[in-house]
Design a protein around this ligand. Sequence first.
Ligand code: ADP
Ligand code: ZN
Length: 521
Amino acid sequence: MDKKPLEILRNTFGYDRFRSPQDEVIRTLLQGMDALVLMPTGGGKSLCYQIPAMALPGTGVVVSPLIALMQDQVAALRQAGVRAAYLNSTLASDEARAVETQLLDGRLDLLYVAPERLLTERTLNLLDRVCVNLFAIDEAHCVSQWGHDFRPEYIKLSLLAERWPRVPRIALTATADARTRGEIRARLCLDQARAFISGFDRPNIRYRINQSAGNARRELLRFIRDTHPDEAGIVYCLSRKRVEEVAEWLTGQGLTALPYHAGLPAEMREAHQRRFLNEEGIIIVATIAFGMGIDKPNVRFVAHLNLPKSIEAYYQETGRAGRDGLAADAWMSYGLQDVITLRQMVDASDADESHKRVEPHKLDAMLGLCETVTCRRQTLLPYFGEPLAEPCGNCDNCLEPPQTWDATVPAQMALSCVHRTGQRFGVNYLVDVLRGKEDERIRGFGHDRLSVFGIGRDLTVNEWRGIFRQLIARGLLTVDLEGHGGLHLNPSCRPVLRGEVPLMLRKETVPTRISREPRRS
Ligand code: ADP
Ligand code: ZN
């Protein structure tokens, strides 16, 4: 007689009841049907396949792309008395053989395998000789070529359906918009799978997105000191160099901040991760290499010192905060340079053409979230198919509604400055022209004789940078492809240039000294 799921939950894992939809997912697999599970990070995806694998005769095979995570999970399972093991490249050949023997002897409830290992003839033949009771494909969004975690081996996992058509399969992910969901179904032959999409909203996370006034590090320090002294948090940066700088600087300010990126020695990465997990109040400063699968419930804040590439990435990274359900912050500071750098990275990436068409849209959606003056959650959740009827009351825009101002006139000045200087200069140069700076280069090009020269003296350099940032973010200006940061006009700027539509921008520093009369360009 098979063991009952609820008994396993209580006796092995020590929990009283299932979270929705865990029990439904488990029932689906026990009935021999496939499942597609979308649950936010921390939602409890693992039990959805661990329990049926234990309840059914035979072994459940779990495909997981992350070796470190696999080892942690197996260690935790063994501690709970579950017969679990893994096969991946870290095992010596005699260790791997020992695992194979356990498997053949029917002494394993769960076998974790890296995808490339699973796809070897040796492993496939091995699985032919045992009773596999289910296949679980974790981090299933890795099958998506559109996503940031694409893994080519994942596409080949469709052979599981061909080779073992009777074995139920479950694909799990914390991040999948409608397009990615469709891809998971198609690529993994899961068109018949029951979908369980649940609770993407994380009501305990307070989203805050700030336009940096120029010193994001100091703003971060103030945020940590004011709201999270001595608490655990993750700070994400775009580059390894920046990770090291920021970690060092925070440490110099008296915080315990440890760097983490793929360029550091493995021992150091492990040591830092371990301290973060086991000690209180540690801040990890990391590139996105850190975090997939990190299960630390009391991370009180996730901070971004750069703009993530997409809303999915942002959601996944911020989702590591507050897994215990208590109040947590997702804080971000970004500026003009982020927008320019990311636009260029997306344009310059060596992705294939179809990618290049999609990535700018993902970035646009991210920028839209940053620049929105309405509820962040109402902007964020529709992206995951979960529109929110009312403003959330727990984001910066809900708590302190941003003010907007009519920026039509300065936007016209900025746009015509781009036009008159020939659409090849970057923001700094354009701001100098607008502010009428005495400058060799400007004189050399004869731009001191343009009608736009000195026309924008009333605004500060930072105010102008804010205007350019928002014009780029909204797609009225494009950054050039060659990487010099030159700006050119997009057709969408014409109605603004002609004064047909007003341009309302988020108020940052208050520009009070600007004339309200529209200008002709
Ligand atoms: P995910 O893989 O979705 O990120 P996990 O499976 O790692 O999430 O689970 C997150 C946390 O929630 C773990 O600490 C897990 O033990 C806990 N958890 C899962 N299911 C339950 C439950 N039914 N009751 C209480 N805690 C649970
Ligand atoms: Zn809100």
